[in-house]
Design a protein around this ligand. Structure first.
Ligand SMILES: *Cc1c(COP(=O)(O)O)cnc(C)c1O
Length: 457
C-alpha cells in the first residue's frame, strides 16, 4: 500500500531533528546527525510497512527520544533474565571474575609476546597451550579468533585442494553465515558428502575414499537433533578407518566442553579430551560456549599438525589479542579443577544450578515484586543452554511470571529492554517470564528496580 503524502510530510528533516536534539545532548554534532538520519530512515520504513502515521509533534518527540537513546554508549551491560545461558545476542559466555580482572590487568602494556627471562620474542599463546595440555592431555594447542576461524584455518592448512569427507547429517548452518559447505569452499578443500540426512554408515565413508582424500571431518550437530530412524558413525568407529587409509580425522566439536558435565547430570556433550582419546587428530571448538571464556576458537591435537596450522598465512589474520589471551588463561586455570570451575565460571555455574536453589531465588524475587504491587506467580519451566550446546536438553527451572497489564507483554518487554540497565526476558502465556538462572544474584535488586521503572515509564 502506498504511503500517503501527508503522512510522510509529517516527518521532520534531519536538520530539524538535530536542532531539536541540540538542547538535550552534549554528544558530538557529527554523531547526532548520523543517528538522526538513521532514526528518520527507520521511521519512514515503518510507515512504508504500514505503521499508522502520527501527528508532527508526536513524531518529533518520539524521534528525539529514540536518538537520545541511540546516543548512549552502544554496547552496555544488560541483565539476562531469558534463562538462555549462552545467548548469542547477549554476548554468549559471561566471564568469571578472575577472567575480568585479568583482562583489565593486561589492558595497558603486558608481556603478551615477550619472554620475561630472556627478553626475547615468545609464542603468544604459550600459557594457554600449557593449560590446554594439562586439561585435555593434548600434544599441542593453539587459539584463534573464533571456532569459525579455527575450522577455516585447519581446513585451509591441511586440506586445500584435497577432499574432505563429511556426513550429510552434519552439514550444519550455525546461524548467520557459518555453513559447513561454505567454510569448506572458502578454505579450498573439496567437500565430499556421504550418507543421508538421517543415516550414515561406516561403509559410506569407506566408499568415498579416493587418492585425493585427505581427511574425514565430524561436525557437532549443534543446534538440532535428528530423531527417529537414524544412525551416525562415531569418532571411535571412524578412527580405525582413518588410520587404515592414512587420513586425518578432524572433529569440529562446536560447543566443546572442557569439563565432563555428566557428573552434574548433563549428558550428551562429551569433553574435548574424549574426542582425542577416541582418535581425532585435531579438535576445534569455541572459547565462549561451554568453555565459558572469551570469544575464541581453540584447536587441540597432534603437535605436528598444530605446528603447520600456526605457520599458515591465515593464522596471523585470525590471531587473538592480548585481552582474549588473558581472559582465556584465567578461565582455563579455573577449568583445571572441575569443582572450582563449576563454582567460579558463570556459564558452568548457571548450567548446573540446582533446581531447589533456582526455586528459592524465584520465590524470593516474586515476593519482592509483589511488595512493589505487581501481580506475579511462579511456575515450573525450563531454561536452555543455548548456542547449540546440549541442543535438546531442557534444564528444569522456576519462572517468575509477571502480569503485564495495563500494557501487553510485548510492550512491557520492550520497556524493560530500553530501560537502564536493559533487561531481556521471555514471554510465556502472555506474561513476562523472568528466569533467575541467568540473573547474577547481585543483579536481583537492580532487576526489581528495573521492573518498577518499566511500569512507571
Ligand atoms: C558454534 C559453532 C561453530 C562456530 O563457532 P564460533 O566460535 O561461533 O565461530 C562452528 N561449528 C559448530 C559445530 C558450532 O556449534
Amino acid at each position: 500500500m502506498a504511503v500517503g503524502e501527508n503522512v510522510l510530510a509529517n516527518l521532520p528533516s534531519v536538520n530539524e531533528l538535530v536542532e531539536a536534539l541540540a538542547q538535550t545532548t552534549t554528544a558530538p554534532r557529527a554523531l547526532v546527525v548520523v543517528r538522526a538520519r538513521e532514526a528518520i530512515q527507520a521511521y519512514r520504513k515503518a510507515l512504508q510497512r504500514g505503521d499508522p502515521g502520527l501527528d508532527r509533534p508526536t513524531i518529533m518527540a518520539r524521534l528525539v527520544e529514540e536518538v537520545r537513546r541511540a546516543l548512549a554508549p552502544g554496547v552496555r551491560r544488560v541483565i539476562n533474565a531469558t534463562g538462555v545461558v549462552l545467548h548469542t545476542g547477549l554476548g554468549r559466555a559471561p566471564l568469571a571474575e578472575e577472567a575480568i580482572a585479568s583482562l583489565v590487568e593486561v589492558a595497558r602494556f603486558c608481556n603478551v609476546q615477550a619472554d620475561l627471562e630472556e627478553g626475547t620474542r615468545s609464542l603468544r599463546e604459550a600459557h594457554v597451550e600449557s593449560l590446554l595440555k594439562a586439561i585435555t592431555g593434548c600434544e599441542a594447542a593453539t587459539i584463534v579468533n573464533n571456532n569459525a576461524a579455527a575450522t577455516l584455518l585447519v581446513l585451509a592448512t591441511l586440506a586445500a585442494g584435497r577432499e574432505v569427507i563429511v556426513s550429510r547429517g552434519e552439514l550444519v548452518e550455525i546461524g548467520g553465515s557459518y555453513r559447513i559447505p561454505d567454510v569448506m569452499a572458502q578454505s579450498g578443500a573439496i567437500l565430499v558428502e556421504v550418507g543421508c540426512t538421517n543415516r550414515t554408515h561406516p561403509r559410506d565413508y569407506e566408499a568415498a575414499v579416493t587418492e585425493r582424500t585427505v581427511a574425514i571431518m565430524k561436525v557437532h550437530k549443534s543446534n538440532y537433533a535428528i530423531q527417529g530412524f537414524t544412525s551416525e558413525v562415531s569418532l571411535a568407529e571412524l578412527a580405525p578407518l582413518a588410520k587404515e587409509k592414512g587420513l586425518l580425522l578432524i572433529h569440529d566439536m562446536g560447543s566443546g566442553s572442557l569439563v565432563d558435565l555428566a557428573s552434574w547430570g548433563l549428558v550428551g556433550e562429551a569433553p574435548a579430551s574424549s574426542s582425542l582419546r577416541e582418535g581425532a587428530d585435531l579438535v576445534t571448538f569455541s572459547g565462549d560456549k561451554l568453555v565459558g571464556g572469551p570469544q575464541a576458537g581453540i584447536i587441540i591435537g597432534k603437535a605436528e599438525l598444530i605446528g603447520r596450522v600456526r605457520a599458515h598465512p591465515l593464522a596471523r589474520a585470525v590471531r587473538v589479542d592480548k585481552l582474549t589471551l588473558a581472559a582465556m588463561e584465567a578461565t582455563l586455570r579455573l577449568l583445571l579443577d572441575p569443582s572450582l570451575a563449576v563454582a567460579r565460571v558463570p556459564t558452568l555455574r548457571m548450567i548446573t544450578a540446582p533446581a531447589s536453589e533456582l526455586e528459592a531465588r524465584a520465590r524470593r524475587l516474586a515476593r519482592k515484586l509483589r511488595r512493589q504491587g505487581r501481580t506475579v506467580s511462579v511456575c515450573a519451566g525450563s531454561s536452555r543452554v543455548g548456542s547449540g550446546a546440549f541442543p535438546v536438553t531442557e534444564l528444569p527451572t522456576t519462572l517468575v511470571l509477571l502480569e503485564p497489564a495495563p500494557m501487553g507483554p510485548q510492550e512491557l518487554a520492550r520497556r524493560l529492554r530500553v530501560g537502564t540497565p536493559p533487561v531481556f526476558v521471555r514471554i510465556v502465556d502472555d506474561r513476562v517470564a523472568l528466569d533467575v538462572r541467568t540473573v547474577f544474584p547481585e543483579e536481583e535488586p537492580v532487576l526489581v528496580e528495573a521492573v518498577r521503572e518499566a511500569f512507571s515509564a
